[in-house]
Design a protein around this ligand. Structure first.
Ligand SMILES: *Cc1c(COP(=O)(O)O)cnc(C)c1O
Length: 373
């Protein structure tokens, strides 16, 4: 199989090489390559403005801000979370010695079902960690109402929610803290990278200390911090990518429209539509296969697409609660998570990125249509 003939699920948004070289030259001349340099500070400023958030702190990836957020809020005991996500969400709890408590998702969104959260709260519960899966906003109001009622913190894993807004307001401003991933596979990338969004200056200061070993000056360490600072090279790369992310999102939107127009009437195939009032980022295009109606199973379709060089991905399968590390937890019991299981067993994320051509999309659609039995 020749790599160039493959239609991959994603493709990284890359800055113009000449423009990147010019910034690299500046970095070489300044000899300031990490530790809160000028590109780091400029990217924080520009991202805060673009994302419409008051404060942001850059990280080396999207997992460390999750781990650091739990540290910063001193979360312990049990945390309520979703099994329908990338495994890093739950790993962040594990790394803090916290017991994950899985709650089922709402099939209409794929996000944690707020109506099932209260039943999972125990005297040891200290926080809720939802995910805006595929960039679809959680019901942040209902989740906040529950958190307020029980005195819980809310940390959103917003790895998929770059630039997502509800009625003009960033979804990243919900809860106590939100985290982002700028991994190569995401809508906006800095190769590896991530960030945390916070609502006040004091928390921004605290997080900036924590991501730099807890240093608050040359000789003072105020907390047992970690090292998760973004360097100057990735910050410069991120500044260039920020300039083209809107056109990348627009290209993704057009791809989503084409998929939807053509798959709308295929029996047994369903997908999400846009939500009115939401600025979506089209980070993924999941379809759900109802084998009974479609006549072909999800895995058969997945294999058939692969056979034609179309590399969809089964995000998120298996559920996090099905991995060996987590499957013995009481909340991981399959009967506790029927909606999440159904989604995990029926999902395929179709290719979705800024370079996808109409021919790529049409080929994918024709294979899906021709596999109906
Ligand atoms: C990508 C992702 C992460 C982890 O981000 P990295 O930058 O790869 O560390 C965390 N949570 C979710 C939901 C993700 O999709």
């Amino acid at each position: 199989m020749d790599n160039k003939d493959q239609i991959t699920v994603t493709s990284p948004l890359l800055p113009d090489l000449d423009e990147f070289n010019a910034l690299l030259k500046e970095i070489w001349e300044s000899k300031w390559i990490t530790n809160n340099g000028s590109f780091h500070r400029q990217l924080e400023k520009e991202l805060a403005a673009y994302l419409k958030v008051p404060y942001i702190s850059l990280f080396t990836n999207g997992t460390l801000p999750l781990i650091t957020a739990l540290q910063a809020l001193r979360i312990t005991g049990e945390v309520i979370t979703t099994p329908y996500s990338f495994v890093a969400t739950t790993h962040a709890l594990w790394w803090n010695g916290i017991k994950p408590v899985f709650v089922d998702v709402d099939s209409a969104t794929g996000n944690i079902d707020p109506n099932k959260i209260e039943a999972a709260i125990t005297p040891r519960t200290t926080a809720i960690m939802p995910v805006h899966v595929y960039g679809k906003p959680c019901d942040t109001k209902q989740i906040q109402a529950i958190a307020d009622k029980y005195g819980l913190k809310v940390i959103y894993d917003a790895a998929h929610a770059f630039g997502v807004e509800v009625d003009g307001e960033s979804v990243l401003n919900a809860g106590d803290l939100s985290t982002l991933s700028f991994h190569a596979t995401k809508v906006y990338n800095t190769i590896e990278g991530g960030a945390m969004v916070m609502q006040d200056e004091k928390m921004k200061q605290r997080i900036d200390y924590l991501k730099n070993f807890g240093f608050a000056g040359e000789t003072e360490v105020v907390a047992p911090g970690i090292n998760s600072k973004m360097d100057e090279i990735r910050s410069a790369y991120g500044l260039l990518n920020l300039r083209q992310v809107n056109s990348a999102i627009e290209a993704r939107r057009k791809a989503a429209v084409r998929y939807r127009e053509n798959l709308r009437n295929v029996e047994g195939i369903s997908f999400f539509d846009d939500t009115p009032g939401v600025r979506h980022n089209y980070s993924y295009f999941p379809i759900f296969v109802d084998a009974g109606k479609y006549g072909t199973t999800r895995d058969e379709l997945y294999a058939k697409l692969r056979g034609c060089n179309i590399l969809g991905r089964r995000y998120f399968y298996p559920l996090i609660s099905e991995f060996t590390t987590y499957r013995s937890l009481p909340s991981a019991k399959p009967e506790n998570l029927p909606n999440a299981r159904k989604m995990a067993d029926s999902v395929i994320c179709l290719p979705m990125h800024h370079e996808l051509t109409e021919e790529n999309i049409d080929l994918t659609i024709s294979i899906i249509k021709n596999s109906v039995k």
